[in-house]
Write a protein that binds this ligand. Sequence first.
Ligand code: AMP
Length: 418
Amino acid sequence: MSEIPVVETDTPVDVTFDSLKLSPEVLKAIEEKGYTRPTPIQAEAIPALLEGRDLIGGSQTGTGKTAAFALPILSRLGKHQKTPRCLIIEPTRELARQVIEQLELYGKYTGLKSVLLHGGVGYGAQREALTTGVDIVVATPGRLLDHLGQKAMTLSKVEYLVLDEADRMLDMGFLPDVRRIIGYCPKKRQSLLFSATIPPEIERLSKWMLDDPLEFKIGGGRKPADTIKHSIYPVDDRQKFDLLVALLKKLDYHSVLIFTRTRVGADVIARWLDATGHGKVAVLHSDRTQKERDKAMADFKSGKCEILVATDIVARGIDITDVSHVINYDIPQHPEDYVHRIGRTGRADRSGDAVTIFTAGEKDHLAAIERFIGQEIPKSKLEDFEYNWSPVFDDGAPKKRKRNRNYGGEINYRWTKR
Ligand code: AMP
């Protein structure tokens, strides 16, 4: 593979959709959707993809990435045929669903047919769609391999292959499956790989999978969108939940996404919030059944639940428009997840607020995030909140410590402001 040409795509480009040589059917759908002009990544990627180039792209969320690959592929697929010619692999069911929804919207006048293949649901409807004949398959790796193993489908006519969120596939242990799937596709094809970071495993995969690709760095891939106001709220470990409640009281929210590190944590926080009168709280993580996951997402999207507590499964790429606030109850373990999580708000040029609750044990994680995004995140304190002293506060030990013995004989240190 020769040196990858790099195209930076964070400077707006003055082009219209009309000038991009997309098919009239696709243009009609975009117009109906109300998009007035391409986003920077669309303006750069669409012409290259229409020419048949392979592509490796950073995937900062909210940049219009999905349309950037969907519009040219839909334009090039032409008329409906009965064998899959486009395969899009996604790491999670939610992402797969979201991508197919966008594809169906942009492709509504093309007559092309698509199918969504993921686990957690029956095989019947998926098999039936495959038998009837589809042009586009959007799938998560496990279920796709099941169908391939059962010879319910073939990938031998695939012309367009999209591997989305490749670094997340790696984290989830899907890379061997992904390689097997790609092995079912013809060598001659157009391939696209999106990944927020390029660890050595992804680099190797990209060299194997792509042919002379164009590289897109979207906003450097690391910068949170300028429309997001983000801040850190340091607090003592034992006061995290109290601070969350106080923050919710203060924030003028209509839809809040709260991220926890663990699945159990998400359940506990949702239960506690329920108990403290925060209305119905939706929960989304991978231990929930598909039905529960769909319902949680639907209730949050429709506004039936104003709060969604989730693990990182929804941090990546999920497009819930109009999230007013993101709260990191636990700081993300991987720096790039910070950008993904807070990217759930402030999408497509709307403004949003992201708040991270931060405790003493998370100092290294915060430092890694700030290094990754190349900026310090401003620290805030909630007025009228009675903070306990904790080593997390930058100003170190409190000037004055009141040493109180409570009835249990435990020692409480109350943090007092200087
Ligand atoms: P994505 O980065 O693909 O998740 O897209 C983020 C959001 O931007 C989605 O809600 C899209 O519907 C929206 N979007 C994509 N392209 C455009 C565009 N050219 N103009 C306005 N909104 C767009």
